[in-house]
Ligand binder design. Structure first.
Ligand code: B3K
Ligand code: ZN
Length: 873
C-alpha cells in the first residue's frame, strides 16, 4: 500500500455539475444507475484528456456510456480502485450502471444492511463502493436521487434534500421516491435509507421565519426513545442561530437511527445517520452520561451543516477544518446547556488521557497530517480533540467578538466551497489584524509540547517573574520542532487565596509564549503569589511546574478557576498515588498521606459546591491517565496503588460518604437535567467509595439501590459496583438479573457486556471469550465489539496486560479475524498494541510479536497494514 501526500494535491481534472442516481434495491443485489453531467475543470493544468474515476473493486460494471454512446471493454481501463477513460470531451454526460451487493457488505462502508434496513456511510471514501465517481471532497455536485424498492419491506425511502416525486408499480409491489438536494455537495455527504421505519416529527421555525420539519426515524420498537434527541436538536438549532448566526437551509432535517454503525453518527446533508447509541434515550434504559452524549452528538452533526457541509474540506488532510471546529462548537454548546466547568474537565480528561497518548505513540500525526495510507485511520483524537483545542486557542487569543467576526467571514467567504485549514486561519487573521503565521505550527507539528515553568519573587522590589520554557518531543518523521505560539491564561493568588488584580485590570490575563523561553514580569506584588497556570486548560500542553502538596491543597480550595481547582486535586492525588506505587514496589506497606484525605474531606463537607464538581474532584485519576503519565507503565502497581488509595479514603471518610449518599437521595421523578445529573454523579461516587470497603452492609446498600432504582444511571452504577466486588455470588446474581430484565434492549445488553469486560478481577478474559459465544454477542455489530472486546483491551489493564501475554494473544486473533470483516473496526482495535514501547521489556516483546503475527497473517487491509507497520517501524 502506498502513502498519499498533502504536497501532491492537485485540483480535479474534471467537475461534476449534476449527479442523477437511481437505486433499484433488490434482495440479491442492488442496481445503481448514474447520470453525471461532467466537464473539464478550467483550473486544471493536467495536459491529458483522460478521466480517472474512483471505484471499489467490489463494483460490478454493467454499462458505461458517454453522451449516449456505449463504451466497449477496450474503451476503458479497470484497475483495482479506479476506472480510466483515455479520451473524453470537454463536456459530456457519463452514464453508468453498476451492481453492488449490500447484503455482503460487512465493512459497513458504502451501502449496507443494518438489521434488515438499507443505509449508507460514505465518509471518507465510501461512495466509491456505490458507483464510479470522482469521490473526493473538492468535487461538489447537485444530487437528484431516486430510490426504488419493495413497497412492503421498505415503506420508507429517504435520501438527501427534499422529496420531489413518488410513485409505485402495484403489480410488482414496488415503489419509488425521488429526492433533490439543491446544495452542491461532495459525495461523502450522500446518504440513502430504506426500511420499515417509524418516526417522530416536530416543526421548527428558524430565526428568519422559515418553516422546517424535523424528523427522527428509528425502528418502531424504539419510537418512545426519540424525544430527547429531538429536544437536543431544537436546542442545537437555536444555539447555532444565537451564537454563530447560522440557520438551517433545507425544508426538512432527518435523523435515522441504525444499529450497525462504525462510529457515532454522520452528518450527511439533510439526512444524518446515527448509531442508535447516539440517538435513543429513555430514563429506564439510558444513563445520564449517555443522555448527554446524545445531546452532544446530535448537536455536533447538526453544526456540521455549516462547518462541514456548506463549507467543506478541499482534501482529507484538511479533515480537522470541519472536525476540530465542530467539536469546539459542540463543546461550547454542551457547556452552555450543562455545567461549563464539568464539560471542560471531561474534555481535558479525554485529551490528556487518550490524545496525549496518541501524540506520544507511533501513529502520532499533526492536526493536519502530511500523509496517510488509509484516511479512515485519521479520524483520531488528534484531528478531533486536539483540533478543537487549536480552535479554542484562536478563540482565546482573539476573544469572543473577533472570533465570531472571523467565523462570519469564513462562512460568508467560503459558502459552497471546499477549503483548507489555512483559509480558516486567514479569516481569523483578517478580522483581528493578527499574524497567526507561527500559530499555524499547531496544525503542522505533531507531539504534545512541554511547558516548563519556574518563578522568582523579590520582596524588596515587589517584582514577581515567571519563566516559561517550551519544548516538544520528536514524533515519527519530525525530529525537530519549532516553538509554538502558546496562550497561557494566568492568575496570581495572594496569600489569602484571593486573585490579585493584574495590569489589565482583571484577575486573569493571557500570556503569549512564542519563543522557546520567555520571562514575564509582574510589578507591585506585595507578597509572593501562587500562580494559577493554564486556567481552563488554555493550551494542550504538559505543564511542568512542581508544587508541594501544601500548595496544591491551597489551590484546590482557593483558585477562582474551577478547572484549576479540580486540576490541583488531581495533581495531589497523582503525587500521593505515585508514593503508594513506590511503597508497593519496595514491598513496604502502603500508607496514604493524610493530606489527600483532609483535602477530600474538606471538599465533601462543603455543601456550597456544585455536586457535579465535587464528584469530579473526588474521582481519582484513572489507570489510563496514570499510565499516560508514566515513562514505563507498571500496570500492576498502578492498579494496586489506586485501589489502595480508594479503599483508604473510603475507610477514613466512610461516615461522610454515607451521610452525603443519604442526603442526595432522589427527591423528584427522574430527569436528565444538570441539577439531577450532578446529584446522581456525586451520590454514585459516594456509593463507589463505600462499596470499596467490601462490607456486607455497604454491599447491601448497593443492592438496595440496584433493586429500587427508577433509572438506568443508578441501576447501572450499582450493578458494576456489585459485579466488580469480591462478593462473587451477589455479582453473579445481579448480572443474571440485569440480563433478564433487559434482554430485549440491545443497548442495555451492551452495557451488560461492558461491565463484565471491565471486571478487574482474575478470570475476565475467560469470561470475555465465553461472552463471545453468548446470544447477546454479534461480531458483525460494531457496538457489540466495542462493548466487549474494546472495553476489555482498553479499560481492563490488569487483565489485558496479564504477564503471560494471554490478553495480547486474544486481541491479535480478534484483529486478524476482523481485518477480513470490517477493516475500520480492526484497525481501531489495534490501538492498545501500538503502545508497546511504554511497557516493560517482557511485555514489549510479547506485544511486538503479536503485531508481527498480524503483519504476517496474510492479506491485510490498508487500514490494518498502516497501523501495524507504523507501530513496528
Ligand atoms: N464525519 C463523521 C465521521 C466519519 C468517519 C468516517 N470513517 C462523523 C462526525 O465527525 O461527525
Ligand atoms: Zn464531526
Amino acid at each position: 500500500p502506498q502513502a498519499i501526500y498533502l504536497k501532491d494535491y492537485q485540483v480535479p481534472a474534471y467537475l461534476i455539475d449534476e449527479t442523477e442516481l437511481h437505486f433499484s434495491l433488490g434482495e440479491d443485489h442492488t442496481e445503481v444507475r448514474s447520470v453525471l453531467k461532467m466537464r473539464r475543470n478550467p483550473e486544471s493544468t493536467a495536459s491529458s484528456a483522460a478521466l480517472e474515476l474512483h471505484g471499489h473493486e467490489s463494483l460490478e460494471l454493467c454499462r458505461l456510456a458517454i453522451d449516449g454512446r456505449e463504451l466497449g471493454a477496450g474503451d476503458y481501463r479497470r484497475e483495482d480502485e479506479t476506472l480510466g477513460i483515455d479520451q473524453v470531451p470537454e463536456a459530456f454526460t457519463l452514464e453508468c450502471l453498476t451492481r453492488i451487493r449490500p447484503r455482503d457488505n460487512t465493512a459497513l462502508e458504502g451501502l449496507y444492511l443494518s438489521d434488515g434496513m438499507y443505509c449508507t456511510q460514505c465518509e471518507a471514501e465510501g461512495f466509491r463502493r456505490i458507483t464510479f465517481y470522482l469521490d473526493r471532497p473538492d468535487v461538489m455536485s447537485v444530487f437528484t436521487t431516486t430510490v426504488e424498492a419493495d413497497a412492503a419491506r421498505y415503506p420508507v425511502l429517504l435520501s438527501n434534500g427534499n422529496p420531489v416525486a413518488r410513485g409505485s408499480d402495484e403489480d410488482k409491489g414496488r415503489h419509488w421516491v425521488t429526492w433533490q438536494d439543491p446544495f452542491p455537495k461532495p459525495a461523502y455527504l450522500f446518504a440513502l435509507v430504506a426500511g420499515d421505519l417509524a418516526h417522530i416529527e416536530r416543526p421548527y421555525s428558524t430565526a428568519s421565519g422559515r418553516e422546517v420539519m424535523l424528523r427522527i426515524y428509528a425502528e418502531r420498537k424504539d419510537l418512545d426513545k426519540l424525544d430527547h434527541a429531538m429536544d437536543s436538536l431544537v436546542k442545537a438549532m437555536r444555539w447555532d442561530e444565537e451564537v454563530y448566526g447560522r440557520e438551517y437551509d433545507l425544508d426538512i432535517y432527518m435523523i435515522v437511527a441504525v444499529d450497525f454503525f462504525n462510529m457515532g453518527a454522520m452528518e450527511n446533508k439533510g439526512l444524518n445517520i446515527f448509531n442508535t447509541s447516539c440517538v435513543l434515550a429513555s430514563p429506564e434504559t439510558t444513563t445520564d452520561g449517555a443522555f448527554q452524549r446524545v445531546e452532544g452528538v446530535v448537536a455536533h452533526e447538526y453544526f456540521h451543516n455549516w462547518s462541514g457541509n456548506r463549507v467543506t474540506c478541499r482534501d482529507w488532510f484538511q479533515l480537522s477544518l470541519k472536525e476540530g471546529f465542530t467539536v469546539f462548537r459542540d463543546a461550547e454548546f454542551s457547556a452552555d446547556m450543562n455545567s461549563r466547568t464539568v464539560k471542560r474537565v471531561e474534555d481535558v480528561t479525554l485529551l490528556r488521557t487518550a490524545q496525549f497518548a496518541e501524540d506520544a505513540g507511533p501513529m502520532a500525526h499533526p492536526v493536519r497530517p502530511a500523509s496517510f495510507i488509509e484516511i479512515s485511520n485519521f479520524y483520531t483524537l488528534t484531528v478531533y480533540e486536539k483540533g478543537a483545542e487549536v480552535v479554542r486557542m484562536i478563540h482565546t487569543l482573539l476573544g469572543p467578538e473577533l472570533f465570531r467576526k472571523g467565523s462570519d467571514l469564513y462562512f460568508e467567504r467560503h459558502d459552497g466551497q471546499a477549503v483548507t485549514t489555512d483559509d480558516f486561519v486567514r479569516a481569523m487573521e483578517e478580522v483581528s489584524g493578527r499574524d497567526l503565521t507561527q500559530f499555524r505550527r499547531w496544525y503542522d507539528q505533531a507531539g504534545t509540547p512541554r511547558l516548563e515553568v519556574s518563578d522568582d519573587y523579590d520582596a524588596d522590589s515587589g517584582r514577581y517573574r515567571l519563566h516559561l520554557a517550551q519544548s516538544c518531543p520528536a514524533t515519527p518523521g519530525q525530529e525537530q520542532k519549532l516553538p509554538f505560539h502558546i496562550p497561557v491564561t494566568l492568575g496570581l493568588l495572594g496569600p489569602d487565596g484571593r486573585d490579585l488584580i493584574l495590569d489589565n485590570g482583571d484577575t486573569s490575563c493571557v500570556l503569549e509564549l512564542t519563543d522557546s523561553s520567555q520571562t514575564f514580569t509582574f510589578e507591585g506584588i506585595a507578597a509572593r503569589p501562587v500562580p494559577s497556570l493554564l486556567r481552563g486548560f488554555s493550551a494542550p500542553v504538559k505543564l511542568q511546574y512542581p508544587l508541594d502538596r501544601q500548595t496544591l491543597v491551597f489551590l484546590m480550595s482557593h483558585d477562582s478557576d474551577g478547572f484549576n481547582r479540580w486540576d490541583a486535586g488531581q495533581r495531589l492525588a497523582i503525587d500521593v498515588i505515585g508514593e503508594l506505587m513506590a511503597q508497593h514496589n519496595a514491598g513496604e506497606p502502603m500508607r496514604l498521606d493524610a493530606a489527600l484525605t483532609d483535602a477530600f474531606a474538606a471538599v465533601l463537607d462543603d455543601e456550597s459546591l456544585d455536586p457535579a464538581m465535587v464528584a469530579k474532584v473526588l474521582t481519582l485519576p484513572s489507570e489510563a491517565y496514570l499510565s499516560e503519565l508514566a515513562d514505563c507503565i507498571d500496570v500492576d502497581a498502578i492498579h494496586a496503588a489506586r485501589q489502595f488509595a480508594k479503599k483508604a479514603l473510603a475507610q477514613a471518610l466512610a461516615e461522610r460518604f454515607e451521610r452525603r449518599y443519604r442526603a442526595l437521595a432522589p427527591q423528584q421523578a427522574y430527569a436528565p437535567d444538570a441539577a439531577q445529573v450532578a446529584r446522581r454523579s456525586l451520590r454514585n461516587l459516594c456509593l463507589s467509595y463505600l462499596v470499596a470497603l467490601e462490607t456486607p452492609e455497604y454491599l447491601a446498600l448497593a443492592q438496595a439501590q440496584y433493586d429500587s432504582a427508577d433509572n438506568m444511571t443508578d441501576r447501572q452504577s450499582a450493578l458494576s459496583l456489585i459485579a466488580h466486588s469480591g462478593a462473587t455470588d451477589a455479582a453473579a446474581a445481579v448480572l443474571d438479573d440485569f440480563y433478564r430484565r433487559y434482554a430485549d434492549q440491545t443497548l442495555v445488553v451492551n452495557q451488560w457486556l461492558s461491565v463484565q469486560a471491565g471486571d478487574p478481577r482474575p478470570g475476565a478474559l475467560d469470561r470475555v471469550k465465553e461472552l463471545m459465544q453468548h446470544e447477546a454477542f454479534d461480531l458483525r455489530n460494531p457496538n457489540k465489539v466495542r462493548s466487549l472486546i474494546s472495553v476489555f483491551c482498553n479499560l481492563n489493564a490488569v487483565n489485558f496486560h496479564a504477564a503471560d501475554g494471554s490478553g495480547y494473544d486474544f486481541l491479535a486473533e480478534r484483529i486478524i479475524d476482523m481485518n477480513r470483516r470490517n477493516p475500520q473496526m480492526a484497525s481501531r482495535l489495534l490501538t492498545p498494541l501500538t503502545r508497546w514501547r511504554k511497557y516493560d521489556a517482557a511485555r514489549q516483546a510479547l506485544m511486538q510479536s503479536q503485531l508481527r503475527r498480524i503483519l504476517d497473517s496474510g492479506e491485510l487491509s490498508k487500514d490494518v497494514y498502516e497501523v501495524v507497520s507504523k507501530s513496528l517501524a
